[in-house]
Design a protein around this ligand. Structure first.
Ligand SMILES: Cc1ncc(COP(=O)(O)O)c(C=O)c1O
Length: 200
């Protein structure tokens, strides 16, 4: 399937028994079990909800990833990524960066013991210079907000893999329609869904 078809058809696995063409919006917080220990797979919407599940499968499909996770905001998604790490872990981050992400790293993550170095990731030498023994991941925005700086995802991911580090890409500005970081070797891609606008 080409991306245009993926965007229109989505994952389409959660069509209801009614045959609804568009994915129904399930507003229920809780789901009935047929009997004790006979869950349909849906218990409580915070854990799993068919509408959100369809969105997550569609995101994974268009990004060419193995799994997708939907959050209420882009920053909630960024925050969830950094919950994967532990105090003492170090990250190399592009120096031009969305202000909300910078504040999150400096004002919240640092208090939790995570360490950050900022580098102009347009040049691979700057990344190499920033490596530390406790570096766990490279976090890049490309293009960046606000300066629209572009880094080479494939080159950076290759370097990261050679050092057993994760590459995390904020793909908000190009969206998976124009750039699919996982296909270029990145491990995690994140984006805010409220930014990109086409004008014809
Ligand atoms: C590059 C980038 N990443 C993340 C975010 C955060 O997204 P949200 O506002 O949906 O939390 C923004 C918001 O402007 C952004 O520009």
């Amino acid at each position: 399937m080409k991306i245009d078809t993926k965007l229109v058809q989505g994952a389409k696995e959660h069509e209801s028994e009614t045959g609804a063409i568009s994915t129904p919006i399930y507003q229920s917080a809780t789901f009935r079990h047929k009997a004790l220990h006979e869950s349909t797979g849906y218990d409580y919407s915070r854990e799993k909800n068919p509408t959100r599940g369809n969105l997550e499968k569609t995101i994974a499909l268009i990004e060419n990833g193995t799994a997708g996770f939907a959050f209420t905001t882009g920053m909630a998604a960024v925050s969830a990524i950094f919950d994967l790490f532990s105090a003492g872990d170090h990250f190399i981050v592009c120096e031009d960066l969305y202000g909300g992400s910078y504040r999150f790293f400096e004002e919240i993550c640092r208090k939790r013991g995570l360490e950050f170095s900022y580098a102009d990731t347009r040049k691979i030498e700057n990344i190499i210079q920033a490596f530390k023994k406790n570096t766990r991941a490279l976090y890049i925005e490309t293009p960046t907000n606000p300066m629209m700086r572009v880094s080479d995802i494939a080159e950076i991911a290759k370097l990261a893999k050679s050092k057993n580090l994760l590459t995390i890409v904020d793909n908000t500005f190009l969206t998976p329609y124009f750039q699919r970081p996982l296909e270029l070797g990145a491990d995690i891609v994140v984006e805010s869904g409220t930014k990109f606008h086409f004008s014809f």
